[in-house]
Design a protein around this ligand. Structure first.
Ligand code: ATP
Length: 367
């Protein structure tokens, strides 16, 4: 869908931003360009919609050389989202999103109704449509930016550091939202970031660029973390790459064990284990009760130690290990999709599974 063939960009001042780079982006996937500041990510991205033309080489969208298309026409099929959303400050949110359909000659009513649908699609309440961008939080503005880019239903989306101006929690929410949207929409997304965590979370393929616009490695996230191509990629993907790789390991085989539980408001069992898991009336974990804690009567919130993160059954093994490491009991709490308690996993179980996987992988790679 998007191809770069021996693309080179030298700016008028002699800076070579992209160096003889070839790359194919698969249709219907999120591909991430990642690398340190100044390595040519934005330059590469902007060559797709002809905001920048290459000095040599060819950029193709859907098999056609972009230089053969009229830039305005080309951009109708390519949504563009930038940092801090770039919304028009004097137009309401709804009119910001309706801008492109209006340019296409849609009636005001039709364009606004499409804009409302899009606001809902990106998870914003309809009444925000009447506000001005300045009256929204950074995260909300980014969502409007995404809605606006989707307005013409373009098959291709270019996203240039779209989430880097918001705090880490909001950012994680926006990333999850993009993955959910992509499940639904199947766009061809080219996404620029300098954050390797964001890259491996979002990308089906990740292109690591290094200074001077060289392509250092182009691989699926798991392969990137498992086998960085050289010292630059190794240092760029970071020291804890072994741990982060667990994000791509399924936990289906992990054994979930039973643990003693008590409901908030009930009396604890008389013979208590070292740790008892406390649940609410809907079987959702609320915290841990230590054996040493004296409880007179029913268990109350004040008797509890805060629980750790919860591991959703079937989620990546990283979540299981994090649940173990963050729980005061050293037991990772496992829940179903609705947050109901299912049992616990131990660190030993997680490590045994990692060891087992390694042995299986080794066997299958040994002739
Ligand atoms: N119009 C321009 N004229 C001259 N040099 C430019 C121009 N635009 C970018 N550059 C230079 O080209 C190189 C690549 O820039 P680019 O913006 O593509 O990098 P980037 O990887 O997106 O960086 P960042 O993460 O900081 O946004 C940099 O050295 C930059 O200074």
């Amino acid at each position: 869908m998007i191809e770069f063939e021996s693309v080179r960009k030298e700016y008028a001042n002699g800076t070579v931003a992209v160096q003889e780079l070839s790359l194919s982006v698969q249709p219907g996937t999120i591909t991430v360009l990642v690398g340190p500041s100044g390595c040519g990510k934005t330059t590469l991205l902007r060559m797709v919609n002809r905001m920048i033309d290459p000095s040599s080489g060819v950029v193709r969208v859907d098999g056609a050389d972009v230089r053969d298309s009229d830039p305005a026409q080309l951009r109708r099929g390519i949504g563009y989202v930038i940092q801090q959303a770039g919304l028009f400050p004097h137009r309401t949110v709804l009119d910001n999103v309706a801008t492109v359909p209006l340019l296409f000659g849609w009636s005001k009513t039709k364009a606004r109704s499409r804009a409302s649908e899009l606001l809902e699609l990106v998870g914003l309440p309809a009444d925000l449509g009447q506000r001005y961008p300045v009256q929204l939080s950074g995260g909300q503005q980014q969502r409007v930016g995404v809605a606006r880019a989707l307005a013409a239903d373009p098959p291709v989306l270019l996203m240039d550091e779209p989430f880097s101006a918001v705090d880490p929690i909001v950012r994680e929410g926006l990333q999850d939202e993009l993955l959910r949207l992509q499940d639904e929409l199947d766009k061809t997304v080219l996404f620029v970031t300098h954050d390797i965590d964001e890259a491996v979370k979002l990308g089906e393929k990740v292109a690591v660029l290094r200074q001077g616009g060289h392509l250092a490695q182009y691989a699926a996230p798991d392969d990137l973390l498992a086998e960085p191509a050289d010292d630059f990629v190794t240092s760029f993907v970071g020291r804890d790459r072994g741990y982060r790789r667990l994000s791509f390991v399924e936990s289906d085989e992990v054994r979930v064990e039973a643990v003693d539980t008590v409901r908030l408001g009930d009396s604890p069992p008389t013979a208590r284990q070292s740790w008892t898991l406390v649940l609410d009336a809907n079987d959702r974990p609320r915290g841990w009760l230590r054996q040493e804690t004296t409880v007179d009567g029913p268990v109350a919130e004040t008797d509890l130690m805060a629980g750790g993160s919860l591991h959703r059954r079937g989620g990546p093994l990283r979540g299981a290990l994090d649940a173990v490491l963050s729980a005061p009991s050293g037991l990772g709490v496992v829940v179903d999709d609705d947050g109901h308690h299912l049992g616990v996993v131990t660190a030993r179980e997680v490590f045994d599974l990692i060891e087992h996987r390694r042995a299986v992988a080794h066997e299958s790679s040994t002739p």
